[in-house]
Design a protein around this ligand. Structure first.
Ligand code: NCD
Length: 332
């Protein structure tokens, strides 16, 4: 096999795990908060200015990104694609896998090795936890985990933290409250792990008992110095929260007979009335919110509240992904 001359990532860490600039599979690969505070965040912020003032940058001219999505996506797939194009790169995608050779029984490894012949980075979303790592092992070009079942979603965690940094100007010392389906939601799994890199974080976990964050992950967080507080009631923790991070019940990962009858928590203007003022508090959501029965977990009346940061979060996501791509595909 040809060695990809564009593989410029730093060597693996001492324990053999890939550096996140080689393949980005888990937030555990970010070992040093300076990679965020002194590198990705300032770069993302700089790229944000560039997009606003000049429209684009030329950092990735000639590079090609392949979006390979085995699960639905709006934000992740399109923000990666447009991030790449805004830096002068090219994008190709398969999101309808029944029209790819997967429908003929091709293995994920063979699919990945094929797409790696055409592209410089593969962004993969898959239904099963752990599959992104398997794909990376088979891939001569960097693989980015864009969600592996209920496992991880590392670039979402980076963009979530970038959102907090942009909106509240700091991360150390904040109280972050995660609400909703903490059992199956991969975004909260990645974000809570990434918060371990910061000092003085108070993490509140609000969910019904059947949707609690897995014990194994809670112990892992404790091992890294976070002391999550588990709650049933949202009202108890809204007043102290600096970032309120709401998630959707991941119905697609829950058997029909175990699904909650109603959405367990709904953030309304009355909830926001209990929260800290503008400038001190933000309401986040990785989106999509589930509007199917007309009662999403954040009611639409909240959208006009200046503390509602979820659509700004989408935009920050594009800048964060521009920064991640440029660090994975360029030597500087
Ligand atoms: C999330 C995901 O796919 O995990 N969406 C996203 O990437 N912004 C959240 C979700 O689907 O609930």
């Amino acid at each position: 096999m040809l060695i990809n001359p564009k593989n410029i990532a730093p060597p693996p860490y001492a324990d053999g795990m890939w550096h996140w600039r080689r393949h980005f599979i888990s937030v555990a690969q970010i070992r040093d908060r300076r990679d965020l505070d002194e590198d990705l965040f300032p770069l993302a912020h700089h790229l944000e200015h560039m997009v606003h003032n000049e429209g684009a940058s030329q950092l990735l001219v000639g590079k090609c990104l392949y979006d390979l999505f085995y699960e639905p996506s709006t934000r992740t797939m399109s923000s990666f694609a447009i991030a790449m194009k805004r830096m002068g790169g090219m994008v190709e995608s398969i999101s309808n896998v029944q029209f790819s050779s997967v429908a003929k029984g091709e293995s994920l490894e063979d699919t990945i090795r094929t797409l790696a012949c055409y592209s410089d980075v593969i962004v993969l979303r898959q239904k099963e936890e752990g599959v992104a790592k398997k794909a990376a092992e088979a891939s001569p070009v960097p693989v980015i985990n864009a969600g592996d079942g209920k496992g991880e979603h590392p670039t979402q965690a980076v963009l979530d933290l970038f959102t907090i940094y942009r909106e509240l100007k700091r991360i150390d010392g904040l109280t972050v409250t995660m609400v909703g389906d903490l059992k199956h939601g991969r975004t909260v799994h990645s974000l809570s792990r990434l918060l371990c890199l910061y000092d003085g974080i108070q993490l509140n976990l609000v969910s019904p008992p059947e949707l609690r964050m897995p014990d194994k992950l809670v112990s892992e967080l404790r091992g890294h110095g976070l002391e999550p507080r588990i709650h049933d009631r949202l009202e108890e923790v809204v007043p102290e929260s600096d970032a309120l991070y709401v998630t959707r019940v991941q119905l697609e990962r829950i058997p029909q007979d175990q699904r909650p009858a109603t959405i367990p928590y709904i953030v309304t203007p009355a909830t926001m009335a209990m929260a800290k003022p503008r400038g001190e508090m933000i309401l986040m959501h990785p989106l999509p919110r589930d509007s199917q029965d007309g009662n999403p977990e954040i009611s639409v009346e909240v959208d006009a509240d200046p503390r509602a940061a979820y659509f700004r979060q989408c935009e920050y996501g594009m800048y964060a992904r521009m920064a991640i791509l440029s660090r994975m595909l360029r030597a500087d």
